[in-house]
Design a protein around this ligand. Structure first.
Ligand code: HEC
Ligand code: HEC
Ligand code: HEC
Length: 433
């Protein structure tokens, strides 16, 4: 009896292993002569260029100062560093001999041409939501318009055994979203267009959706906020800690100008998403993404009234806070910040009212500290508008005093271990792009 059970269990393990092997194994797809498939129309190439921008291929596949699409951009993950691949049409070190089929398979299922599994730092789960036609357009753009670069991909700094590529097959089996994009007939055409773009090429969830311990997006918490590259990508849903709810028009303004006056500016990893990516899409596409996000907030009606009240209270508080109280944070704020961050009877774009801004109201001080340390450059936030960085001008103690003061002015409970967080964030490598 016991023997039969043991055989049974062993049998099941063997069958399981064989099935897993079949699932995990992908054939290599033959290399093609680089000119074989290059009969692309100019319209297709132009569309591919736009989609590649909206998918920020450039941001992840180009290290600071490196050749476009040449790879070796270092991504810091919780498991170690991952380097992006060379996706220029170089025939030896890039994807110059990849067929269209090999490219589509990589974009859909994270399998390289030679059959090896790719890590999900490459957001293939999102690219899988795209149509074949759109993926082919990106292929057309890369093959015809990106300059070939000879550069070998660095080995990822992922420790053994996590670095074993076929183990990724197990990860995919457990976590990967393999569903293709499904049109939702209960929603408008505009919503569906927004969903197609945001969930697919623009992969907003790759940063804004929290991940589990093994790095998989938790779809039941879609867009509810997550830490990424030393920043917080805030919740884009009704769980946002912003005192003023996000409306469709706020999203639209943020995504087209880099700033929503009642909320925040796009700095850190969000700056290239907005400035290099979304600005390349037609206006109606940004409206579609905004309408789609507004649907996660579901508060158009109440938002306008709430906005008025919260803004009036915050504006009035500025008057009672100046002249500064004896508090050190208030004194430092008055000397270092208030000349720019001051609004009289209404919030003016380019003069953020920090008591209502996202970075003051998030559960973590991360974004506020990042912005105070390094400022907001010309190509971040509102184009051409600059906020200076205070890395060299303010000590850790000063920054934590200002942050504590702002947090209090927002009426939120104090951030724990604030000064230590300033020390830690100052020591981090600066986000480059
Ligand atoms: C968030 C960062 C990120 C973005 C955005 C991104 N990639 Fe990648 N990509 C990577 C990383 C990292 C790898 C290597 C993964 C590995 O080592 O397993 C990769 C690998 C690839 C590969 C496989 C290459 C090979 O030799 O196996 C292709 C093809 C690719 N990316 C195309 C694209 C395209 C096209 C876009 C834009 C639509 C894009 N990627 C956007 C990070 C990214
Ligand atoms: C590479 C990571 C990344 C991607 C991809 C990304 N975001 Fe962000 N996003 C962030 C970060 C980080 C912030 C915080 C930036 C700041 O405060 O300066 C942010 C902020 C935002 C905000 C402001 C939220 C607030 O409460 O202040 C909105 C709105 C937003 N993102 C929308 C989007 C949309 C829409 C997409 C997809 C089209 C997207 N993001 C893709 C990282 C990302
Ligand atoms: C010279 C004017 C100036 C000074 C001084 C200044 N700021 Fe700013 N700040 C700005 C501008 C302008 C923006 C918006 C930039 C953009 O969108 O491009 C901004 C944006 C911010 C943001 C982003 C708000 C959000 O949630 O996205 C924070 C946080 C911030 N400032 C904090 C401070 C603090 C704290 C100080 C003082 C230590 C300070 N600033 C000093 C001009 C200034």
């Amino acid at each position: 009896m016991l023997k039969t059970m043991v055989y049974g269990v062993c049998g099941a393990v063997v069958v399981g292993a064989v099935l897993f092997g079949v699932y995990a194994w992908h054939p290599s797809i033959d290399e093609v002569s680089p000119v074989a498939e290059h009969n692309f129309t100019p319209e297709m190439v132009a569309k591919g260029k736009m989609l590649a921008a909206a998918g920020y291929c450039d941001t992840c596949h180009t290290p600071p100062g490196g050749a476009p699409y040449g790879g070796n951009y270092e991504m810091h993950t919780q498991f170690g560093s991952i380097y992006s691949s060379n996706i220029t049409p170089d025939e030896e070190t890039g994807i110059g001999r990849w067929s269209k089929a090999a490219f589509i398979r990589a974009m859909r299922s994270g399998v390289s041409r030679d059959g090896s599994h790719l890590f999900p730092a490459f957001p293939y789960e999102h690219f899988n939501k795209m149509t074949d036609e759109d993926i082919t357009a990106i292929y057309a753009y890369i093959m015809t318009s990106v300059a070939p670069v000879k550069q070998v991909k660095k080995d990822n700094g992922i420790p053994f055994p996590l670095n074993i590529r076929w183990l990724q097959a197990g990860w995919k089996l457990l976590f990967a979203d393999t569903q293709q994009f499904a049109y939702n007939p209960d929603k408008s055409k505009q919503f569906n267009r927004g969903a197609y773009l945001a969930e697919g090429i623009a992969h907003c969830g790759a940063c804004h959706t929290p991940r589990n311990a093994l790095g998989a997006e938790q779809y039941e918490k879609m867009y509810q906020g997550a830490a990424i590259d030393g920043w917080i990508a805030p919740s884009l849903t009704a769980t946002s800690t912003s005192p003023i709810p996000w409306r469709e028009q706020d999203f639209y303004e943020y995504l087209t100008t880099g700033n929503a006056p009642f909320h925040s500016s796009a700095a850190g990893p969000m700056a290239p998403v907005m400035h290099k990516g979304l600005t390349q899409l037609p206006d109606e596409d940004i409206h579609a993404i905004s309408a789609y996000l507004a649907d996660f907030n579901n508060n158009e009606a109440s938002a306008s009234a709430a906005t008025h009240d919260v803004v009036q209270t915050a504006l009035a508080a500025q008057h009672t806070q100046a002249p500064p109280r004896i508090d050190e944070g208030a004194r430092l704020y008055a000397t270092a910040c208030q000349s720019c961050h001051y609004n009289s009877d209404q919030v003016v774009k380019g003069r953020p009212l920090l008591a209502i801004s996202s970075s003051t109201n998030l559960d973590q001080p991360t974004n506020l500290i990042n912005v105070v340390l390094d400022g907001i450059h010309n190509d971040q936030g509102i184009a051409g508008v600059v906020m200076p960085g205070f890395r060299d001008a303010l000590s850790d103690e000063d920054i934590s005093a200002i942050a504590a003061y702002l947090r209090q002015s927002a009426g939120k409970k104090p951030w724990p271990n604030l000064q230590q967080q300033v020390v830690d964030i100052r020591a981090q490598p600066r986000f480059a792009h």
